[in-house]
Design a protein around this ligand. Structure first.
Ligand SMILES: Cc1ncc(COP(=O)(O)O)c(C=O)c1O
Length: 418
């Protein structure tokens, strides 16, 4: 018997990442943290395995008057926060277009807004074959689904051919297509589209937009942008969203979770970009309505924290320095991992930026289990293993590839024997 309605019946399974993280915690208790590599956590951790929280952020949060934390925020988000979001997201690369932002609970809320408001029931949403699993959850919850293109070609470059083929197939079928692209610092591969990749993607979209009946929308998930590249170089692509055809609508999913280490505060925004003022107004009111229907409004204290940082040059400088220190730490860890992988000839997907590195393999669950026996905890995905360099010290990032290679080679030996 079910009490929930038919659409609300889902498999009774717990998040696999939390399950493995639990086993890692048990191993730490049993063997000590020196001997355990826990690369399951999708948050920045220090070398001792403690969550990193930015001092410059929490100083601002703690300085807020109680009423500023306690009060409701406006349905669209506080106006000064929405300005700060645009400045923080684009820096000097704001597109030449009409732009509106609406506050959301984290980047997750912005994905929900895009899927709900820019697709119809039964539609497929296009993303790459390596993708963040909650894209499935968000789409299937509301009778949409995910269609994928191959992220990489055989030269391990962005697979524009596969993107084009799958995109055009959907345009033909649905006339209305939402594509989600998670870049820079893609989860789980760490790939970042180059400016040239972007040009090619937009060329495909512009070609489809020649038929004025088509409705092309693009959601760019920039959850990890603050940890990508040097200075703001990985924001340059935003400029390419200038002067697009009216039937190409771009949305950017902005999150305060990683960039401000405010994961649990649930704050972010969706930013709509269009060459039509009317269409960004339409966007804004659609998102305000959805927000009201789902979570009412956002976290005012988190909004005020970011506004306080953004609007005071001295505080902004302090925050930027602190963030850059952690970005450098992350980049050193990732470089150590990639270098060590090369030394032992462990195949990786092309890592450029961010929290995660992926190792393609068959039967990822089997190899994740094997690695657990060596006290290495990784996340098995559909097509490989995900290693979170954000959560593991540089020293352990240097050690891990050899252990992973060893586990994967055990496969070859037994297969060869068979
Ligand atoms: C690819 C990707 N997009 C979006 C998010 C959104 O996170 P949040 O809702 O915490 O801002 C995450 C968080 O892990 C992510 O990995």
């Amino acid at each position: 018997m079910n009490m929930v309605a038919k659409h609300a019946i889902w498999p009774r399974e717990n998040d696999i990442i939390f399950g493995i993280a639990g086993k890692a915690a048990e191993a730490v208790k049993k063997f000590g943290k020196e001997d355990v590599i826990n690369s399951t956590i999708g948050a920045l951790m220090d070398d001792d395995g403690n969550l990193i929280t930015m001092k410059s952020v929490f100083e601002q949060f703690r300085a807020l008057p109680d009423a500023e934390i306690s009060a409701y925020a406006g349905l669209a988000g506080q106006p000064d926060f929405l300005e700060a979001v645009k400045e923080n997201c684009f820096r000097e690369y704001q597109p030449d277009a009409f732009i509106q932002a609406v506050a959301t609970p984290g980047g997750t809320g912005s994905i929900k807004h895009a899927v709900w408001n820019y697709t119809n029931p039964g539609d497929q949403v296009l993303t790459s074959d390596w993708y963040w699993a909650p894209y499935d959850t968000i789409t299937e919850e509301i009778d949409r689904s995910i269609k994928t293109y191959k992220l990489f070609n055989d030269k391990n470059e962005f697979n524009i051919e596969s993107f084009k083929e799958n995109f055009n197939e959907l345009v033909k079928k649905q006339k209305r297509v939402l594509s989600i692209i998670n870049t820079p610092a893609h989860n789980p591969t760490g790939y970042s589209l180059t400016d040239d990749d972007w040009k090619q993607v937009l060329d495909v979209m512009k070609a489809a937009a020649k038929d004025k009946e088509n409705r092309i929308s693009l959601f760019v998930d920039v959850a990890y942008i603050d940890f990508a590249g040097k200075a703001d170089e990985k924001r340059k692509f935003f400029k390419q969203f200038s002067n697009l055809p009216e039937n190409v609508f771009v949305m950017v999913g902005f999150s305060m979770s990683k960039g401000f280490t405010m994961y649990g505060f649930r704050s972010g925004a969706i930013i709509g970009i269009s060459s039509s003022e009317d269409l960004v107004e339409e966007f804004k009111y659609a998102c305000i309505h959805s927000g009201r229907a789902n979570w009412s409004n956002g976290n005012r204290g988190a909004m005020a924290t970011m506004t306080a940082i953004n609007n005071n040059p001295e505080i902004l400088e302090k925050y930027s320095k602190e963030k850059d220190m952690y970005k450098n730490m992350l980049q050193d860890r990732a470089a150590a991992f990639v270098e060590a992988a090369e030394e032992v000839d462990l195949e990786l997907l092309p890592y450029r930026d961010g929290f995660f590195v992926s190792i393609p393999c068959d039967d990822p669950v089997k190899y994740s289990d094997k690695l657990m026996e060596k006290n290495v905890f990784v996340v098995p995905l559909k097509m490989g293993l995900r290693f979170a360099v954000c959560a593991v010290s540089e020293e352990k990032c240097r050690k891990a590839p050899a252990l992973i290679k060893e586990a994967l080679s055990e496969k070859q030996t037994s297969e060869n024997i068979a």
